[in-house]
Structures are given as structure tokens and as C-alpha cells.
Design a binder for this molecule. Structure first.
Ligand SMILES: Nc1ncnc2c1ncn2[C@@H]1O[C@H](COP(=O)(O)OP(=O)(O)OP(=O)(O)O)[C@@H](O)[C@H]1O
Ligand SMILES: [Mg+2]
Length: 235
């Protein structure tokens, strides 16, 4: 089986600053993995490097078997990746539905999720479809940011701290969303600070420190690894 994402010895820079020092990990189609780590560990930079949004990069990033390390960002997206950055990028002056319809569908990856399917999955977005971006709650904006990616047809999702700053009931809804997407066969790489959110969702946890993966924990090993993990994350 071709991996959905196969990263080997990824190094990345912002200008002169060498941030990633050889990140390697592999995600099979349909898996959910989580990048954990303290502030500044390099988790966001890993997602940005996959998308070609850092400065120089070296190493290998294969998306469904296609080498992406030398491709520009728009070509990388067209390999079927949906990137949801921490800042969400909801346009304040557009309605929820206009935001949803904004990105074009990716060619060659089958149809994206239909608007009907999206509204079935996010009933409150349907209710709020005519509301302006600014009028949406943080949770609604987060759901919209993910929904917008699903419509493009991307099957590999890179999600940066989607649960951050949201009320427990919304975090629960996001957890249900991840479970649903996994059941539909999506491949998901999530960066999380909220370990309790990620714990029941991920197949594998990668702990980053100083631009490297220092520990890999499979879901089945999670219980036994808790003391070490607590130490690493300082939680
Ligand atoms: N645009 C940038 N220019 C220079 N250095 C950066 C830039 N963005 C991040 N860095 C540095 O890269 C390192 C990794 O940052 P990154 O944003 O990847 O961390 P993170 O693991 O996502 O943590 P958090 O989101 O909690 O800050 C940090 O030392 C940070 O200061
Ligand atoms: Mg970050």
C-alpha cells in the first residue's frame, strides 16, 4: 500500500533559522496521527513545511507516492492535501456559505464532499449559512474552516490545533467530526496541545522537541507511556 504521507529526514528553515532537523514519519491512508510537543517544538513548522510554506526545505515528502519537496504550494495542495492553519482564515466580510464555496475543487481527486453532505455533518453551519464570517463563534469558524477543505476533495488533512480555545461542548463536536472523517477514510495529521482531545482519536502520537520527533507512541501503548509522555509534555 502506498502511504498517504511519507516524510523522511525533513529539514526546514525560516531564513537563516534552522527549525526542523530531520523529521521522519509515515501515515497510511485512513490513519489519524497527532503531533504533540511543547510550545516551539516545531509542530506547526512541520505542517507548513509539508505545504511548502517555510523557507528552504530538504529531505523527502511523498504524498500518495509523489515527491513534493521541490513543488510549489499550489501544486502540493493539488496532490490532495487540505491544510487548516491555526488562524483558520475565515473571511469576515463573506457569509459562511460564501466562505465554504470559496476554494476551488481539486482536480483529479474525485468529488469533494457535497454541500448537502457538509451541512448534514455540520447542522449548525447550515443554520448559520447566511451569517457573516465575523458573526460566527470560534467553534463555528473552526468547523467552517474544516468544512471548506472537505469540499475541495482533499483526502489528507493537516489540522493545526483545531480544539484550541474552544468550549468543551464544541471540542466534543470536533472529536465526533474527526471520528466521522476517519470512518469515511480520510487521513489526518493533527497538531494538538490538548492531549485529552487527541488521546481517544489518534492511531499514533509523535512527540516533537527542538525540531525532531523524539518519541513515537502507538494508541495501544498510550496507557503504559503516560508517565513518560507527561514528563515530555510537561502537562
Ligand atoms: N516565521 C518564523 N520565522 C522564524 N522563526 C520561526 C517562525 N515561525 C516559527 N519560528 C520558530 O520555529 C520554532 C518552531 O515553531 P513552531 O511554530 O513550529 O512551534 P509549535 O510546535 O507549533 O509550537 P506552538 O504552536 O505552541 O508555538 C520556534 O522556535 C519558533 O520561534
Ligand atoms: Mg504551532
Amino acid at each position: 500500500m502506498t502511504a498517504a504521507l511519507d516524510i523522511e529526514n525533513l529539514q526546514a528553515w525560516y531564513g537563516e533559522s534552522h527549525i526542523l532537523h530531520g523529521v521522519s514519519f509515515t501515515v497510511q491512508p485512513g490513519e489519524v496521527v497527532t503531533l504533540l510537543g511543547r510550545n516551539g517544538a516545531g509542530r506547526t513548522t512541520t505542517l507548513r513545511a509539508i505545504m511548502g510554506l517555510t523557507g528552504a526545505r530538504t529531505g523527502s515528502i511523498k504524498v500518495n507516492g509523489v515527491e513534493a519537496i521541490r513543488l510549489p504550494t499550489h501544486r502540493i495542495a493539488h496532490l490532495g492535501i487540505g491544510y487548516c492553519p491555526e488562524e483558520r482564515g475565515i473571511f469576515a466580510s463573506l457569509s459562511a456559505e460564501e466562505n465554504l464555496m470559496l476554494p476551488p475543487q481539486l482536480s483529479g481527486h474525485g468529488a469533494g464532499m457535497s454541500v448537502a453532505e457538509i451541512y448534514e455533518m455540520f447542522p449548525n453551519l447550515y443554520e448559520r449559512r447566511h451569517s457573516q464570517g465575523t458573526r460566527l463563534s470560534g467553534g463555528e469558524q473552526q468547523m467552517l474552516a474544516v468544512a471548506r477543505i472537505l469540499r475541495t476533495g482533499a483526502r489528507l488533512l493537516l489540522l493545526d490545533e483545531i480544539s484550541e480555545g474552544l468550549a468543551p461542548v464544541i471540542v466534543q463536536a470536533l472529536a465526533k467530526m474527526i471520528t466521522t472523517l476517519k470512518a469515511k477514510g480520510y487521513t489526518i495529521v493533527m497538531v494538538e496541545q490538548n492531549f485529552r482531545f487527541a488521546a481517544p482519536l489518534a492511531d499514533r502520537f509523535y512527540v516533537m522537541e527542538h525540531g525532531r520527533i523524539v518519541t513515537t507512541i502507538a494508541a495501544a501503548e498510550l496507557q503504559a507511556s503516560m508517565p513518560a509522555l507527561t514528563e515530555l509534555l510537561g502537562v
